[in-house]
Structure formats: structure tokens, C-alpha cells
Design a protein around this ligand. Sequence first.
Ligand SMILES: Nc1ncnc2c1ncn2[C@@H]1O[C@H](COP(=O)(O)OP(=O)(O)OP(=O)(O)O)[C@@H](O)[C@H]1O
Length: 303
Amino acid sequence: MPDSATTVAAPDAEPLLRTRGLSVHYGGVTANADIDLTVGAGEIVGLIGPNGAGKTTFVDAVTGFARSSGEVTLSGRRIDRAGPHRRRRAGMARTWQAGELFADLTVAQNLAVAVQRVGLRAMVLDVVNGSRPPAGVVEKALDVVGLTDVADRRPDELTLGQQKLVGVARALVGDTGLVLLDEPAAGLDTHESREFGGELRRIAATGVGILLIDHDMSLVLDVCDRLYVLDFGRVIAAGPPAEITNDPAVVAAYLGSAEVQAESDSGADDPAPDTSAGTVMTPVESTTTDETTTESTTTEETR
Ligand SMILES: Nc1ncnc2c1ncn2[C@@H]1O[C@H](COP(=O)(O)OP(=O)(O)OP(=O)(O)O)[C@@H](O)[C@H]1O
């Protein structure tokens, strides 16, 4: 990952991530339709939308786990024909919705496992060097998320917020410039979620670009520089949080539009709503077509 905030891209530089016309079809379902999206270095960009809107599919497509059409560039380089491992090596990493940690491993070991390479060359190197990640990469990722002090603890000795940060640190290990976080704060209460948001801002300040998917609107509206809103696989709005929460198309996409509005107003004179469990949109289901779920049969492997 970049060393300092000085690496943050100039406003008109090529963004870290750019998609153009990104589309994903699952049988009769258009899960992503012509998505144009950018994430700059040092920027936190939110991707929100009702359940089934296509958010996870977008992350799958960008990281190479779902077959897609359209363009994906990382710092201006086309990577849309590359498989997941090559994209990971190019500097992008993701977290998964159910990103459980290994309970029997320490925090540092949980990160070390994430850097293990795959393939024949890696096996040979493992035999020669032992199965160790390159020196310093685990320590650096722990430092970025502020978990150096708990490197030797096991996950059940950590708070839930710290456990979530270990998941993020796992994605940051190595030369990661872009992380795509799929509901990284699920299960956190309001206080924990706010602290987690502060850590995300600190990570972005090191120059890492973050794409954040989360249903916790307090978190998303607090930490994101810009938002994209998906509905039925399409971008229906994009812009800074204050604009998005007042966008009629966005409000219409959510049954919980009152909550969105309450959040956008809470910085004003009105008392903040009760967010004891975090403000969570209560969304309309986007899915109206083919409900067939298939296992991930779409992995491109072009390593
Ligand atoms: N592997 C798959 N096979 C078939 N259809 C799929 C597959 N994965 C997702 N879909 C469909 O694609 C659409 C988008 O799903 P996706 O999981 O990307 O939405 P989401 O916005 O991430 O939802 P949530 O907020 O509930 O996680 C849905 O209609 C879903 O049923």
C-alpha cells in the first residue's frame, strides 16, 4: 500500500479504479447494467442500494469472481481479462460478506495466511523458503489499521470492532492500493461502527482507495466522499452524500426513505433519530426476475 498521504491522486489524474459499461448477467437476471464508477486514491466511495440491487455482484465483477462485460482499469491499466489472482497481485483486494477469521490463529497469522500465494511456483518457493509472507507486510497492514498491539491475540480475545478491522487488514496485506469492503461493519453497534468509520478514514488517508458497501447509513454517510446508488443493477444516482439523500430517485428506491432523510437532516437542528442499532435502510427487494441461484461458476482463470 502507498506509504503516505502524499500519494493521493490529483483530482484530474486517472483514478485508481474505473469501470466503464460494466455488466453482469446471470441467466435472465441483469445483476449489473452498464456501470460507470470511479474510486480515487485516498477516497472512500460508497456503493449502496436495496437488497438484490447488484452491489456484491459489482465487487465480484471488479475483482474477477464474476464474468462481466465492459472495462475495468486499475490506475489506467485494463485488468478485465485477468483472473482474480492477477487482479489481487495488481493491487486490489476485497473482503467477503461472511469474512470469518480463523479462530485458532493469532491476528498476525490470520493476515499471514491471506498472503500465501497459490500455484506451482509458490509451492516451490514454499519448499525453499518456508511458508512465510514477505518480511514486514503483515506488520505494516496491522499498523495501518492500528492493531499492532493485538498481533499475538486470537480473534475471540478482541472486540467485535477489532475483529472487523482484522478482516480489513487481511485485504490490505501486500501492495494493496484498492480495497472493496462488502458489509465490513455488519453487526457493529452505533459506537463501534463510528470507531470503525474513523479507522476507515485513517486507512484512506494513507492513500488507499476504498469502495464501501454497507447497509449502515450512519457509517456510509459519515465516511464516504461520494456515493453511487444501485437499483436493479443500474446506477440511479451518484454524488456526495448530502446530494444523494435528497435525490428523489434514491428516496423512491427505499421503503426506508424516512431513515435516509433523517440521517441527512440529523446534522441540522432536528434531534437525531434513535440509532441504537445503527441506521439501517429498510430496502425494497430489487429482485423481481429469475430467482435461480447458482454456485459461483463464473470465475475466470487467466493467470
Ligand atoms: N451466482 C448467482 N447466480 C444467479 N443470480 C445471482 C447470483 N448472484 C447474484 N445473483 C442475483 O443478482 C442480483 C444481484 O444480487 P447481489 O447479491 O449482487 O445484490 P446485493 O445488492 O449485493 O444484495 P444484498 O444487499 O442483499 O447483499 C440478484 O437478483 C441476485 O439474485
